[in-house]
Design a protein around this ligand. Structure first.
Ligand SMILES: Nc1ncnc2c1ncn2[C@@H]1O[C@H](COP(=O)(O)OP(=O)(O)OP(=O)(O)O)[C@@H](O)[C@H]1O
Ligand SMILES: [Mg+2]
Length: 763
């Protein structure tokens, strides 16, 4: 392992770190090339070097990392950095290594060989490591706790830094249950300073962080939230002819600069990426529906400028340090001002002029209100009552709505939302409301005139709705939902199961881009289909670890049910029992992929979700009807109720899902199933095989729904080409669409399948 460079003019550090500001500045210069400290960096560094706990609130891109990186260089021992995202750890570690600073991270994505090297180094008399990045999950394990205690007993634990510390608070915008697990650190290491860092914490969250971590008499440092180099702007979707075109024009007219576009849903990420790619804009989608290796490639390509625009869900970006992001767009309304600040704050970390453009739509507002109204019931919420949280959630949301629907200074609105006082002269025409007040006022007037506008009112629409909240499959929900973590959570779960599945994925080409990965997956899938009937390797740990757990199956069913519910909302005229239908769809994926493991299974679930997000009601109806017919014709086992619900069917008559899923879990797949089920094929409805009313003798042996020849689910590649064709069709329709008619969230799939050519998406 690389040794730290010797510091100019002295030793590599002292136990108590008694360094003068000048000496600290020379360390900054030597390793990072900066001539002076920014904001409150020096105070934070001095606080922890003197052994004090410290709570540090600095704006996004303000340089919080330096507050523990400099102490790591001047103190004896290792600085432990707790971070919520693997991508963030990887990013920081590789940047530190490039500067000759010995840093490592421990996570499920690390190879065993690397992990062993790190552990050997920590166990050695004089570890060469200066910074060790870990996940909160790992810190909570007894094995790692013991390792830390050993390190501490040898006087080699220098500091514990907790990055993105707001994640520990249920009141914060990004609460992560795993952060709760680190609250015992203060007790465990009473003499080691703890440094808590965040960019986004309102006063209540600040207090919560300090008390949750039991910081002792901490030095509290707060810098202004103002980001003077970001120009803030709101555009109104309901007043635009075509939002996609507006975004591509914005990107083109800015010279295809490095940008991030945030969307609420994965399907929108894929869809918008396709549109931008067709417009010649180098772009890639990033969301939790893609496997971790694909996400890493997307991130690498973007960090190294091979891709200019990332179209992402909130899964992307926390702490990602690309300095020259010039534009951050919100394609959908964020859930709070804190989220908006954090996400828009990824622009201009190099302090150069940058833009935040939020696309505000009345429909988005309505949907987000609905999501938030129901989200508290899904949260794990130790200290607070759900009513309190739900009220807070809605109050937070109303702040961002106010930001969009008001004609006063945007900058002032942002800063004041964090409880900071603002001088009236602060903005200096660096937001649209201050720069073009008349234009903004007139747009707001136009918005009021949009038909059925619920402008300035709390939408009543969902108060009476019978729609179930779980229909919305958004990333910020999934992140909070530990059950669905297996493939939803971008943040690390340090369990070995995940680690092993990653080892399996790592056999895929790592540098060949998405197409190469897709081909490798397809080859593996074909190989599997050819080798069907072969017996599973016995006893191998790896095989067991790749197995699809019941929890994962339940989570997948939930996800499919959510996607079905969304489809129902999107298309309105659909009628089916979501949970029974979800159970059928999940079983299809399970039966097909249980032998090859959860990676393929997850991909198939994701493909089905994508298909649901873009299919027409006819397509979905046909497919579910096929499932219903098959289960009826073949006398499916009790509990596998029909998917299609007659109009008059009441709540009480809906199928009992628990029974359905239990039944499916027990059903052993037959080899016949493998013969009859086709691999991921077409999505064009016209080419889908019609529901079979009868099946051959072979199929009859197994009387469960699983033996049917189900309609095909598109692969990702097919999905994207279909999208291309649909886009071409719908954009020709959009030309004739009247101004003021908002674009539909989902593409309209032409019955004919469309004739447009699809340009390959760059990923
Ligand atoms: N004193 C300094 N002078 C100039 N640049 C600096 C200084 N300190 C840090 N930076 C640079 O500022 C950028 C942002 O730093 P950093 O990633 O630590 O921000 P952050 O506060 O953690 O932001 P976020 O909240 O988004 O994670 C980095 O590229 C870093 O190298
Ligand atoms: Mg940071």
């Amino acid at each position: 392992m690389k040794k730290a460079l010797p510091l100019k003019g002295g030793s590599a550090g002292s136990r108590h770190g008694t360094k003068s500001p000048k000496e600290l500045e020379s360390v900054l210069k030597q390793y990072f090339g900066y001539s002076e400290f920014r904001g409150r960096q020096l105070e934070a560094i001095e606080a922890v070097l003197s052994g004090r706990d410290c709570f540090c609130l600095m704006p996004t891109g303000g340089g919080k990392s330096m507050c523990y990186q400099i102490p790591a260089l001047v103190k004896t021992g290792v600085v432990l950095v707790i971070s919520p995202l693997i991508a963030l750890m990887e990013n920081q570690v590789s940047s530190l290594k490039s500067k000759g600073i010995p840093a490592e991270f421990l996570s499920s994505t690390q190879t065993t060989a690397n992990k062993n090297k790190i552990h050997e180094d920590l166990d050695s008399g004089r570890p060469s490591l200066k910074l060790l990045y870990v996940t909160p999950e790992l810190v909570a394990t007894s094995g790692f706790k013991a390792k830390l205690t050993k390190l501490h007993n040898r006087g080699l634990l220098g500091l514990v830094a907790i990055d993105e510390a707001h994640c520990i608070s249920t009141w914060g915008h990004d609460f992560r249950p795993s952060y709760r697990k680190i609250s015992s650190l203060r007790k465990q290491f009473p003499d080691i300073p703890i440094l808590a860092l965040t960019a986004t914490a309102v006063p209540k969250v600040q207090k919560d962080v300090i008390s949750s971590l039991s910081l002792q008499n901490p030095v509290i440092l707060k810098a202004s939230f103002n980001r003077p180099n970001i120009f803030y702007e709101v555009r109104y979707k309901d007043l635009l002819d075509d939002v996609y075109s507006d975004i591509s024009n914005l990107l083109k007219s800015s010279g295809n600069v490095c940008s991030i576009i945030y969307c609420l849903e994965r399907a929108a990420c894929d869809d918008l990426t396709m549109h931008l790619s067709q417009q010649g804009i180098s772009s890639a989608a990033y969301h939790a529906g893609l496997n971790s290796k694909v996400r890493t490639t997307v991130l690498d390509d973007w960090l190294s400028s091979r891709t200019q625009v990332v179209v992402a869900t909130v899964a992307f970006g926390m702490g990602i340090d690309r300095q020259d992001v010039r534009i951050v767009c919100h394609f959908n309304l964020p859930k709070s001002m804190e989220s908006f600040y954090q996400e828009s704050g990824r622009a201009g970390r190099d302090q150069q002029p940058s833009r935040s453009v939020l696309y505000y739509g009345l429909e988005d507002r309505r949907r987000m209100e609905f999501i938030l109204r129901n989200s508290s019931s899904r949260k794990q919420q130790p200290p607070s009552s759900s009513t309190e949280l739900s009220e807070k959630t809605l109050a937070d949301f109303s702040q961002i709505v106010d930001y969009c629907e008001s004609s006063t200074c945007r900058r002032k609105k942002i800063i004041e939302s964090f409880g900071e006082k603002v001088q009236p002269t602060l903005c200096q025409r660096t937001c649209d409301a201050c720069k073009h007040p008349n234009q903004v006022a007139s747009r707001l007037e136009d918005l009021r005139r949009v038909p059925n506008s619920r402008f300035n009112k709390i939408s009543p629409v969902f108060k009476t709705s019978s729609v179930d909240p779980k229909h919305f499959d958004t990333e910020f929900w999934n992140r909070e939902d530990d059950v669905s973590r297996s493939d939803e959570d971008i943040s690390d779960s340090d369990d070995e199961e995940e680690a092993l599945s990653n080892v399996a994925i790592s056999k895929l080409p790592s540098k060949g881009g998405f197409e190469a990965r897709l081909e490798a997956l397809e080859r593996a899938e074909n190989a599997y289909n050819q080798a069907k009937g072969q017996t599973k390797p016995q006893g191998g740990n790896l095989v067991d670890k790749k197995s699809i757990s019941q929890a994962l199956r339940d989570a997948s069913r939930k996800r499919l049910s959510g996607a079905l519910g969304q489809a129902k909302l999107r298309l309105e005229d659909l009628r089916f029992a979501e949970e029974a239908s979800a159970a059928h769809l999940e079983t299809e994926c399970f039966k097909k992929y249980q032998k090859v493991g959860k990676t393929f299974y997850n991909s198939q679930i994701a493909a089905t979700v994508r298909w649901l997000s873009s299919s027409s009601s006819e397509q979905i109806h046909d497919r579910l009807e096929a499932l219903t017919n098959q289960s009826t014709d073949h006398g499916a086992a009790a509990g596998s109720s029909p998917c299609i619900i007659p109009d008059a069917l009441g709540e009480a008559e809906k199928p009992a899902v628990a029974t359905v899923s239990h039944k499916f879990a027990e059903t052993e797949p037959s080899d016949e199933f493998a013969k009859t089920v086709v691999s991921t094929e077409h999505m064009e409805p016209s080419k889908m095989s019609p529901p079979e009313k009868s099946i051959g003798e072979e199929g009859r042996r197994d009387r469960t729904i699983g033996t049917m020849d189900l309609p095909k689910i598109p692969s990702f590649r097919e999905f994207m080409s279909q999208k291309g064709r649909d886009r071409a069709t719908s954009s020709s329709r959009a030309e004739s669409q009247p101004r003021g008619v908002p674009r539909k969230a989902g593409p309209v799939i032409s019955k004919e399948g469309g004739t447009g050519t699809s340009k390959k998406m760059k990923l």
